[in-house]
Design a protein around this ligand. Structure first.
Ligand SMILES: *Cc1c(COP(=O)(O)O)cnc(C)c1O
Length: 392
């Protein structure tokens, strides 16, 4: 088969005319940075996840960084997270001087395994960052049972998990704080952007202050009409406030978020159906208590059934115009973490094996139902070709 261009990419943002109009309106106004649209986006997201407080920042990474900073986590402290995540989940702990500790994942859904976390937690553990991998919520009750009596903070990395629920409760209020991402591949998109949600008013206040240099509350008013130049620096903070341009997009994106979720669920059902008979390609499992955000459509590729395994299938799909991705390179095996902290292969076998087998197939609301059927068909074709070539 001749090499076709990528016709069905693995992810694509959904941007409508109302999104564009909202940003243009900000550009035509006299208020570009943190102002009324940020306040509106915070209120809308807080309502969507039933959280008492929300603080908008310029990325999910920043939201996690500021939460750990606001909990005064630093040198000598340990932060536990999954190795199967984007590096930023742990980088932020390292920035603060804390020691990264990983715990292996549950083979069914690839989120933190509470039993593994129990062995990883020690005297110095100050926080657990629970990554809702692909949109499947972590078993938060088990983590809370572990964390609460020890005074360990529970941070949700909810980058994949806007609209996910755990035992009926929304992601965003399951831990002491949660961090959302509006990066260009995520379920709602502002290009770059993030939000921290929490029930803790004092935490929200401190994160807000840290997001703008540690300026005093009054100083924030200089960002509002009628504000004055007077300010004090209460503590040495960072610079990661959200702009009104970004927040305007967030508001229009969130307004259609529930509709986009319905589309994602329909596409997942079509992919599940179409892949059912394909040997060696199995979607990840789900716990009965999980309401999935359908952010990623992750399959495991069994090398015994599909010669060449995941990498061969990914290449064969690229030849057939289907884009894929891999989530994730295990963080502990990246060069920086191996060299600086001495991590090595074999430490987290469930995550490492999954990392070699997982493939993320296209899933985004701009896919049509026909695209979803096509993805399944081309996967079946690619697997058949690999098996024929491999003599399976
Ligand atoms: C995308 C992502 C992040 C980072 O989000 P940003 O908004 O780009 O900082 C963090 N964790 C996970 C699991 C992600 O996929």
């Amino acid at each position: 088969m001749s090499v076709a261009p990528t016709e069905i990419p693995y992810a694509r943002a959904w941007i409508d005319d109302d999104d564009i109009a909202a940003v243009v309106e900000v550009l035509r106004s006299d208020w570009l940075t943190t102002g009324p649209r940020v306040t509106a986006f915070e209120a809308a997201l807080a309502a969507a996840v039933e959280a008492p407080h929300a603080v908008a920042v310029n990325s999910c990474t920043a939201a996690m960084h500021l939460a750990l900073a606001a909990w005064d986590i630093g040198p000598g402290d340990e932060v536990v997270s999954s190795p199967l995540t984007f590096c930023s989940s742990m980088n932020v702990a390292v920035h603060l001087g804390a020691t990264p500790v990983f715990a292996d994942v549950d083979p069914l859904c690839l989120t933190l395994d509470p039993a593994a976390v129990a062995s990883a937690v020690g005297e110095r553990t100050r926080a657990i960052t629970a990554v809702h991998y692909g949109g499947h919520p972590v078993d938060m009750d088990s983590l809370r049972t572990l964390a609460a009596p020890r005074g360990i903070k529970l941070l949700e990395d909810a980058a994949h998990a806007l609209y996910a629920r755990y035992k009926g409760r929304p992601v965003g209020v399951l831990g002491d704080a949660a961090a959302f991402s509006f990066y260009v591949t995520k379920n709602i998109v502002t290009a770059e952007g993030g939000m921290l949600t929490t029930a803790d008013a004092a935490l929200a206040e401190r994160v807000r202050r840290l997001s703008l240099h540690g300026l005093s509350r009054d100083a924030w008013k200089r960002y509002q009409k009628g504000g004055s130049w007077a300010y004090d620096v209460v503590e040495v903070g960072y610079k990661c406030n959200m702009t009104d341009m970004v927040a305007a997009l967030g508001v229009t994106q969130l307004a259609k978020g529930a509709r986009l979720q319905t589309m994602r669920r329909e596409l997942v059902a079509l992919l599940d159906e179409g892949l059912r008979e394909v040997p060696g390609v199995t979607p990840l499992g789900r716990h009965p208590w999980a309401e999935h955000a359908e952010h990623l459509y992750v399959v495991r590729v069994d090398e015994r059934e599909v010669p060449g395994g995941r990498d061969a299938l990914s290449a064969a799909l690229a030849d057939r115009g289907v884009g894929t991705s891999v989530h994730f390179r295990p963080v502990h095996l990246t060069a920086a973490y191996r060299e600086r902290f001495g991590f090595r292969a074999g430490q987290f076998p469930v995550a490492e094996r999954a990392a070699a087998e997982v493939l993320s197939l296209p899933l985004y609301p701009r896919m049509t139902r026909e695209h979803a059927t096509e993805v399944a068909e081309r996967t079946a074709e690619a697997v058949a070709a690999l098996r024929a070539r491999g003599g399976a």
